[in-house]
Design a protein around this ligand. Structure first.
Ligand code: S6P
Length: 604
C-alpha cells in the first residue's frame, strides 16, 4: 500500500481508532522502551490545545473545563435536592466498568457522610460484564434505552452521563436518544474522545438514526444548557482502538472531578471555577508523573508478565478493595483486545463479591470466571500454581497489611514469582518486612496532606496510578507474547459491530485491498469456508459476530488468505507453523517471501 493511500485511509478514521505514530514500533520494543512509549502516549491526555483548533479541544481547553463546571453544577443541584433525583453513569465494556467503580465509590462516600446515595451505574450486559467480556449488548440501542428507563422509574430529575470513548456504542446512543426525548426529566451528558463530526455514522440495529445524529442533537441542545457534550481529544491510543487505556483513564479523571466538585459545592459551599477544575486535572497529571517516574520497576513487571504469558502460564492480580476492581477490570479487557483466554490474566479481590458491592450481588454461580475472592484463589488455584505463574499483589498502606502478609506467606510456600504494587504515604509507610516478601516491589510513596477528604482523593490517585501500571503490564505482556503487529491488535475478537469494522480496517490497512475484498475474506475466516453461501453474505453483522465468537485467529486467517491468495485450510496451516501470531503475520505481509513459502508448502 503506498504511503499516500495509507495516510488518506488514516485520515478517514476517528481519533480513537487511529494508529498513534509514537507507538508504531511498540511490537519490536523491549520492556523498558515500551514503558517510554506508553508514557509518551499517556502524556497526550494532558497535552495543551494546539493552535486553538475548535475541532481538537483538549482536556485543559477552556470550553471543556467550562462544560465540566456546568455538569458539576448539575451534580450540585441533585445533591442539594436528592429526593426523586438520580445521577446515572452508563457505558459498555471498560466504560461501564469505570462507571461502576466511580458510582460505588461516590455512593460509599455519601453514605459515610450520612447523605443519600443518589448514584447508579449501568453496564451493557449487566453485572457479569464487570468481570467478563460481553461485547454483544453494546450493539443494542433499544436495550440501552429500556435499561435506563427502568433504573430511572419514578425519578423527576436525572443527570445521565453516557460514556462512549469512541462515540460509537449503540447502547449509549439509545440511552442519549431516550434522554433527548424526555428533556423535562433528563439532563444528558455525552462523554467521549472524538470531535462530534467523527462520531460513528453507521446505522444501528433496528434504529433509524446513528450515533453521530445523537451527538449532533446533543451539541445543539448544549446551546440551551439542556444537554452537554464533554469530548476532549486525547490522541490515538497506544494500541490502536484500545480505549481501555487513555480513554478509560480520562473517563476516570473527568468524572471523578465533576462528581467531587459538585459534592464540594453542595456541602462545603465551594465555588466551582475553571481554575478549580484545572487544579483537579493537574493533580491527576501529578499522578501520571509520579507513576512513570518508576519506569524501571514497571518495565521489570512487564518483563515478568511477558515471560509468564510466553510460557503459556498465568498472571494473577490479587488486589485489595478498589485496587482489586482495577485489577479485575484490566484482566477482563485482555479477552476482546488480544483474543486472550480468561485464564491468561485474572483478577481477584479481598472478600470477593461482598467487597465489590455490585448491584446483582454474588455471581459466583455463573461459573469459574466469576470466582473472584482471595479465598477462592487459595482454594481453587493455589494447588495448581507453578513457578511460571506471576502473582501481583495490589495494595496500599490503608489496607489490612496483616492479611497481605498472611496471604503472601501462604503463596511463598509454592512460588517465589511474587510481586507487588504498593502505595503508601510519606508519614505512613509500609513496613520493610512486608515489602521484602516480594521479588519486585513497585512501592510508591505519595505526599501526605491532612485535608479532610484526603483519603477519598488519595484512593482515587492510587487507583489511577495502579490502572496506568496494570495497563502497561498487560499491554506489554501481550506485545511480548506477539499479539500485536506494529501497534495493531491483530488477534482481536470480532464480537460486536465496532470490532467487526475495526477488523476490516486492519485488513485494509495491511493489504491495501478494497473494503469488499477484506470483508469477504473476514467472512470466510468467520465461517471457516472458501465458498461463502448467499445466506452468509446476506446475514447481518450481528449474525457474523455471533459466529465469530467461537472462532480463533479470525483476523490473522483472513489476512493470510488475502495476502497469499490461499484457501482457508492453507491459511490455518500457515498460522499453525508459527507459534507467535505476529511472526505469522509478518511472514505473510512480506509478499515475496510469502509466495515462496506457499510454493514450498504446496510442493511438500
Ligand atoms: C476497549 C475495551 C472495550 C470498550 C467498549 C466500549 O479497550 O476493550 O470493552 O471499552 O467497547 O467502548 P466505548 O468506545 O463505547 O467506550
Amino acid at each position: 500500500m503506498d504511503h499516500l493511500k495509507q495516510s488518506c485511509y488514516e485520515l478517514s478514521l476517528p481519533v480513537t481508532e487511529k494508529s498513534n505514530p509514537i507507538s508504531r514500533d511498540i511490537d519490536r520494543a523491549h520492556s523498558k522502551q515500551m514503558v517510554q512509549i506508553l508514557k509518551r502516549c499517556d502524556a497526550e491526555i494532558f497535552e495543551k490545545e494546539r493552535n486553538h483548533d475548535p475541532f481538537y479541544q483538549r482536556l485543559y481547553s477552556l470550553p471543556v473545563i467550562q462544560t465540566m463546571v456546568d455538569v458539576a453544577k448539575r451534580v450540585e443541584i441533585i445533591l442539594r435536592d436528592p429526593e426523586e433525583s438520580l445521577i446515572v453513569l452508563s457505558g459498555c465494556g471498560t466504560s461501564g466498568r469505570i462507571a461502576f467503580l466511580l458510582v460505588t465509590s461516590f455512593n460509599e462516600m455519601l453514605n459515610a457522610q450520612r447523605q443519600k446515595q443518589i448514584c447508579s451505574y449501568i453496564i451493557a450486559g449487566g453485572d457479569r460484564a464487570l468481570l467478563t467480556s460481553q461485547e454483544a449488548p453494546e450493539d443494542d440501542p433499544g436495550l440501552g434505552a429500556r435499561t435506563l428507563e427502568k433504573v430511572c422509574a419514578g425519578k423527576k430529575h436525572v443527570l445521565f452521563i453516557g460514556i462512549s470513548c469512541g462515540m460509537s456504542a449503540p447502547f449509549v446512543a439509545g440511552q442519549l436518544d431516550f434522554c433527548l426525548n424526555h428533556l423535562d426529566i433528563f439532563t444528558p451528558v455525552l462523554l467521549g474522545f472524538n470531535p462530534v463530526h467523527m462520531a460513528r455514522s453507521e446505522l444501528m440495529q433496528d434504529c433509524s438514526f446513528h450515533f453521530k445524529d445523537v451527538a449532533e442533537r446533543m451539541a445543539a441542545e448544549q446551546r440551551h444548557k439542556k444537554a452537554y457534550v464533554l469530548n476532549p481529544v486525547l490522541g490515538a491510543e497506544a494500541i490502536s482502538g484500545s480505549s481501555r487505556m487513555k480513554g478509560g483513564s480520562a473517563t476516570k479523571i473527568i468524572l471523578e472531578t465533576v462528581l467531587l466538585a459538585g459534592h464540594e459545592a453542595a456541602f462545603r459551599d465551594k465555588m466551582m471555577t475553571p481554575e478549580y477544575m484545572s487544579a483537579w486535572i493537574s493533580a491527576s497529571e501529578m499522578v501520571y508523573d509520579t507513576t512513570y517516574s518508576r519506569s524501571d520497576e514497571i518495565a521489570a513487571l512487564i518483563h515478568k508478565a511477558g515471560e509468564s504469558l510466553q510460557m503459556k502460564a498465568h498472571v494473577y492480580y490479587l488486589g485489595w478493595k478498589t485496587l482489586g476492581i482495577i485489577g479485575m477490570t484490566d484482566a477482563s479487557e485482555c479477552i476482546p483486545t488480544y483474543g486472550a483466554d480468561f485464564g491468561d490474566i485474572r483478577g481477584f479481590i479481598n472478600n470477593g463479591f461482598s467487597e465489590m458491592k455490585n448491584k446483582e450481588g454474588d455471581l459466583s454461580y455463573l461459573g469459574p470466571e466469576f470466582i473472584i475472592g482471595h479465598k477462592d484463589f487459595v482454594d481453587t488455584i493455589l494447588q495448581s500454581l507453578s513457578q511460571n505463574d506471576m502473582i501481583l499483589f495490589l495494595f496500599t498502606v490503608n489496607d489490612d497489611l496483616n492479611e497481605v502478609t498472611v496471604l503472601a506467606n501462604q503463596l511463598r510456600q509454592r512460588t517465589s514469582n511474587l510481586h507487588a504494587i504498593a502505595h503508601d504515604l510519606e508519614k505512613f509507610t509500609i513496613p520493610e518486612t512486608v515489602c521484602h516478601m516480594f521479588e519486585t516491589v513497585l512501592n510508591i510513596t505519595w505526599p501526605f496532606s491532612s485535608a479532610k477528604d484526603n483519603s477519598v482523593v488519595m484512593r482515587q490517585h492510587w487507583e489511577l496510578s495502579t490502572k496506568l501500571c496494570l495497563n502497561a503490564i498487560s499491554t506489554g505482556a501481550h506485545v511480548l507474547k506477539g499479539k500485536v503487529y506494529m501497534n495493531y491488535m491483530i488477534d482481536l475478537r470480532v464480537t460486536n459491530s465496532k470490532l467487526y469494522r475495526r477488523a476490516i480496517n486492519i485488513l485494509q490497512r495491511f493489504t491495501g485491498c478494497s473494503k469488499t475484498e477484506c470483508e469477504s475474506a473476514l467472512l470466510r475466516a468467520v465461517y471457516s469456508t472458501d465458498d461463502l453461501t448467499e445466506d452468509m453474505t446476506r446475514a447481518d453483522v450481528h449474525t457474523h459476530t455471533d459466529a465469530a465468537n467461537t472462532r480463533e485467529r479470525v483476523v490473522p486467517t483472513a489476512l493470510v488468505m488475502i495476502q497469499s491468495g490461499c484457501t482457508h485450510a492453507e491459511a490455518q496451516r500457515h498460522l499453525d507453523c508459527h507459534a507467535v501470531i505476529r511472526d505469522a503475520v509478518s511472514a505473510c505481509l512480506n509478499s515475496s517471501k510469502t509466495r515462496a513459502l506457499w510454493t514450498e508448502h504446496t510442493i511438500k
